[in-house]
Design a protein around this ligand. Structure first.
Ligand SMILES: *Cc1c(COP(=O)(O)O)cnc(C)c1O
Length: 356
């Protein structure tokens, strides 16, 4: 839904993708040395790829336009048509990427469903198919950290390590959708390289909490990243003077990672205030409140209207949020909303629940 202009100074909690680049980020973009990245000589892109590969403890990286392309190129690089991917029912690759695994890679998905997006190692043998020509070939495990629809869940590191090891033990490749991996890292104190060490490939986004206008990245071994690079070209994702975008990402890595803790604190405060509002309930994904910057809550069964009505009522009060289910709402904190604005949004929610 496009925002019409009366909403231009709305408090926008629809996503952490709505941030605009700061003046300092724009300056960094202006100063970036540029080349032609499709021809392989944009120095700013090369520098970003090297930096992130090394941050994540991998050999190589490929800069791509979106998180969706990061995931889908990584899937294509590690599968063949007829293969099966094991992932969560609410995962971005299964739920929000237009059927990408089927369209782009000819893969099936076999899904696990749990409230918070995490699952135990015992699920792996239950999901991997026997080696038999009747079945898909189980090929790739995809985990998501933080888990978006699970409520911004940070996986317990040990649980994630055991699931990944169980998959590796059965010959599966492992991909991490780390669109918000820096949120997971800041919330847990676990370095991104530690999370990444359990996977063959990792996708991460600069255009979410890190505040960039465009840009995501895939890391992995040299051979796999060469295949990702080929898939990026195939999908039309090769970009020429992309160094302007890479410079934004470099700036974000320098200035926007540590501050994610502010977004997490704002999310918790917002959630606590919302839980005082009559008719609102905690979400089963995160019953004790947000672990990171995604705030989910539900409308109680007694409320005589649904989440899309609440979304409309909030918009009329200058607060933008998303109904992510018939009774489920999401509000996301980020670089462009302050604690005071979150408090205003909570008050507007109280009014919208009581009013019309
Ligand atoms: C946002 C997101 C992506 C990628 O989104 P794009 O809009 O394509 O950049 C991938 N995975 C998760 C978990 C996300 O939240």
């Amino acid at each position: 839904m496009p925002i019409r202009w009366p909403h231009m100074d709305a408090i926008d909690l629809r996503s952490d993708t709505v941030t605009r680049p700061t003046p300092a980020m724009r300056e960094a973009m202006m100063r970036a040395p540029l080349g032609d990245d499709v021809l392989g000589d944009d120095p700013s892109v090369l520098a970003l790829q090297e930096r992130v590969a090394s941050l994540m403890g991998k050999q190589a990286a490929c800069f791509v336009p979106s998180g969706t392309m990061a995931n889908q190129t990584a899937i294509r690089a590690q599968t063949e048509p007829g293969d099966e991917i094991i992932c969560h029912e609410g995962s971005h690759i299964f739920h929000y990427e237009g059927g990408g695994p089927a369209v782009i890679s000819g893969c099936m998905c076999r899904v696990v469903d749990t409230p918070d997006g995490t699952f135990g190692e015992e699920m792996v043998p239950a999901m991997v198919r026997p080696d038999d020509s009747h079945f898909c070939r189980s090929r790739l495990l995809v985990l998501e950290n933080t888990h978006n629809r699970g409520g911004g869940t940070v996986w317990p590191l040990e649980r994630l390590a055991r699931v990944a090891a169980a998959a590796a033990g059965r010959g599966l490749r492992r991909h991490l959708d780390g669109a918000r991996l820096w949120n997971a890292s800041v919330a847990s104190g676990v370095p991104v390289a530690t999370w990444a060490s359990h996977f063959d490939t990792v996708a991460a986004c600069f255009s979410k909490g890190l505040g960039c206008p465009v840009g995501s990245i895939v890391v992995g071994d040299r051979q796999t990243i060469a295949r990702v690079h080929r898939a990026r070209k195939l999908l039309g994702g090769g970009m020429r003077q992309a160094g302007m975008l890479a410079a934004a990402a470099m700036h974000a890595l320098d200035h926007h990672v540590e501050r994610l803790s502010i977004d997490h604190a704002n999310a918790r405060d917002l959630w606590r205030t919302l839980m005082q509002v009559p008719g609102l309930e905690a979400d089963p994904g995160q019953p004790d409140g947000p672990m990171t910057n995604l705030v989910f809550y539900r409308l109680a069964a007694s409320v005589p209207f649904d989440a899309s009505t609440l979304q409309t009522r909030l918009a009329a009060r200058g607060v933008l949020a998303l109904a992510t289910g018939p009774r489920r709402m999401r509000m996301v904190t980020h670089l462009d909303v302050s604690g005071a604005q979150c408090a205003t949004a909570a008050q507007a929610t109280r009014d919208a629940m009581a009013g019309s």
